[in-house]
Design a protein around this ligand. Structure first.
Ligand SMILES: [Zn+2]
Length: 393
């Protein structure tokens, strides 16, 4: 595991400009030396040399919102209830697809039966070819809302227990979902969103008290408003965030994970699979809300981390480049979209040794055949992916 990426343009993920004609030496899974290509002193005969000319080296990408138990596509929700052996095998395949697209770290934010925790362990043990996975276990939602395969609670004690159970099972973070009532489930006089401000405050307190982060799904105006003011670590989707919500997020240092690939894929399937009108309209509403929210979030100084929601929406796995392209379409500079996918993602996930390229850091690297700072679509042109200093694609 002794490697030299030679004579490459280096973008280190910190936000500093890219530097041309650099070399990066990797030893035992970590970055050992960085310097001008002409100054490298080692012996080429004893090192695996990777040609970096006309290429750009960036930190391994991080997808802060994936679900490996579903493949995405037009019927993504039904896929979460496939037979367990099918889901388990598929999760292994999809994690590898993700890794090959340059995702060396992924935050898995919900799987039935906590499959993602087992997947994360297998990845950590080197048993499967997968990103470094931080898993939330199973989603926590109020009964009568969200999906049937989430962990559901009614009373506040059940919520505390649900969080405790996930953490005892080995979850790396907590994922809660705010949503309106499912059809026919709403009791008389119940509020629109039963997972209210008080219950969310309890969830935030329980997760933080135990030393874990909490991610919150919010995808309608009321949920967005509740989540933005609650002090969660990340707000997922947030298609209907208003100016006041974004202000609160900036103040609370709540990170936005916009998952724009969701509506992008939905709009595609609306045409390709001939969806009913209501679903087409939902996709269009999400697109409009999302673009406005992301554009305002950039201006409000809200920290943004990249997440695709591959599997959890119609978006398929292995398409992280598309999410970055959508960020740029919403007004982010290519540099900022790359920061959202590397160092900002690392700080959200809690990966201090990943997300930037520096001496002593873990050697998770992506080599591209073009310059993503000029055109973000260069993320599609992968020449090589290195994880812990090993070439994996
Ligand atoms: Zn999701």
């Amino acid at each position: 595991m002794h490697l030299l990426v030679d004579d490459v343009q280096l973008w280190d993920g910190t936000g500093s400009p890219a530097q041309p004609k650099m070399s990066i030496e990797v030893r035992d899974g970590r970055i050992h030396w960085i310097g001008s290509a002409s100054q490298w002193q080692g012996n080429r005969a004893t090192v695996r040399v990777v040609d970096g000319r006309a290429r750009t080296l960036i930190p391994g990408l991080m997808d802060c919102h994936v679900h490996y138990s579903s493949p995405g596509g037009p019927e993504w929700i039904a896929r979460f209830t496939d037979p367990l052996p099918e889901i388990s095998m598929r999760a292994i395949e999809l994690a590898e697809t993700s890794l090959r697209s340059g995702v060396t770290t992924a935050r898995e934010v919900g799987a039935p039966n906590g499959i993602s925790i087992r997947l994360a362990r297998a990845a950590r043990a080197g048993e499967i070819r997968a990103p470094n996975i931080r898993a939330a276990g199973t989603w926590i939602a109020h009964q009568g809302t969200y999906v049937s395969f989430a962990r559901q609670f009614g009373e506040v004690d059940e919520l505390r227990n649900a969080i405790k159970t996930e953490l005892e099972a080995g979850a790396d973070l907590i994922k809660v979902a705010l949503a309106g009532w499912n059809e026919g489930a709403r009791p008389q006089d119940a509020p629109d969103i039963p997972f209210d401000k008080k219950l969310l405050a309890v969830a935030v307190e329980e997760a933080h008290k135990a030393g874990f982060k909490i991610a919150c799904h919010a995808n309608d105006p009321t949920s967005c408003q509740i989540a933005a003011h609650a002090g969660v670590d990340s707000l997922e989707h947030g298609m209907f965030l208003e100016a006041g919500d974004l202000e609160a997020m900036a103040k609370n240092k709540t990170c936005l994970v916009p998952t724009m690939s969701v509506w992008d894929a939905m709009l595609y399937y609306a045409r390709a699979v001939d969806w009913p009108e209501a679903r087409k309209k939902r996709a269009e509403d999400l697109r409009q809300g999302s673009r406005a929210a992301v554009t305002s979030a950039i201006k409000a100084g809200v920290r943004i981390a990249l997440g695709t929601d591959a599997g959890g929406g119609a978006a398929r796995h292995g398409r992280i480049a598309r999410e970055a392209e959508l960020m740029v379409e919403c007004g982010m500079e290519p540099r900022d979209a790359l920061i959202a996918a590397t160092s900002s993602a690392a700080s959200l996930i809690g990966e201090a040794e990943r997300g930037t390229i520096g001496e002593g850091k873990i050697a998770d690297l992506v080599l591209l055949d073009a310059n993503p700072l000029e055109s973000i679509g260069a993320l599609r042109l992968i020449a090589a992916v290195f994880q812990d200093g090993r070439r994996v694609a």
